[in-house]
Design a protein around this ligand. Structure first.
Ligand code: 5RP
Length: 262
């Protein structure tokens, strides 16, 4: 791995703890104005001090994030569908590597759809993106998107993560599952856990806690933070789990305290 690539990656995965808290706000790339992100600028701003990186599209970056912000950007460079499409797997690369560089991205990210109608296309896109990104020392985060008929089990997600690593991704984002430790073991790149749909704050913190316990390098959480009744409380609690090894109950009390203070 060359110096530039390692340097960019170290902005995301913090060298001090070897862990990362990513804030995912890229939902609009196929969902449009997602609940909690209607006014993306307003939602994102108070969370920036607590995020190790921001995962988003170039449109939201340019229009809703202060260019003086210090937060590293993980730029989504795949898309091409809306939630109205039957088959979400038909994704293309939508941003050039030059534009990712121009936007000072710390990494680029795209989804792969293993087992879906456009599996081949998205996997070939990943190989191509790795080729292009590596030319500029840019890390690639592969996201294992799950098609409608796929089970989010260890066997399937291990397959997805391993393929992402084999094709050259530098880190991978996937869902937590049973036997997660085995998935991490068979994936020779860092594994970040996706937050998933909004659940209770306790459940979301339990997910973060178990992910770290079972070997994830961090979480990339969106709705369970920005749709919470205390987004700052949630991201502070997640940080405590990920970076400080805080126990679940104590982390929950961090969330509750912040919620009461507002
Ligand atoms: C979609 C993504 C999103 O960034 C991510 O899944 C959204 O985060 P959350 O599920 O925590 O709201 O990669 O493919």
């Amino acid at each position: 791995m060359d110096w530039g690539l390692k340097n960019r990656l170290s902005k995301i995965i913090q060298p001090k703890t070897g862990k990362t808290v990513m804030l995912a706000v890229d939902h609009g790339y196929f969902l449009g104005p997602t609940k909690g992100l209607e006014d993306a600028q307003k939602t994102i701003k108070p969370l920036l001090p607590y995020a190790d990186s921001l995962m988003l599209t170039r449109g939201i970056l340019r229009n809703c994030v202060d260019a003086a912000s210090r937060v590293p950007v993980v730029l989504r460079v795949s898309g091409g569908n809306s939630v109205l499409d039957e088959d979400l797997s038909n994704e293309a690369l939508t941003v050039s590597i030059e534009d990712a560089m121009r936007l000072n991205a710390a990494a680029v990210t795209m989804s792969i759809y293993v087992g879906s109608p456009h599996e081949h296309q998205t996997l070939a896109n990943l190989g191509r993106l790795v080729d292009e990104a590596q030319r500029y020392g840019m890390p690639v985060l592969a996201v294992t998107a799950v098609g409608k008929n796929m089970a989010r089990d260890s066997r399937y997600l291990s397959l997805c993560c391993r393929i992402a690593a084999e094709l050259g991704a530098h880190f991978v984002k996937t869902y937590f599952c049973e036997n997660f430790r085995a998935l991490v073991k068979s994936t020779p790149i860092p594994v970040v856990v996706a937050g998933g749909k909004k659940t209770s704050e306790k459940e979301a913190l339990t997910l973060a806690y178990n992910s770290i316990k079972e070997g994830a390098v961090g979480v990339d959480m969106g709705r369970n933070i920005f749709q919470s009744d205390s987004p700052v409380g949630m991201i502070k609690a997640v940080r405590a789990i990920v970076h400080d090894g805080t126990q679940l109950e104590k982390a929950f009390s961090i969330y509750e305290k912040e919620k009461k203070a507002r």
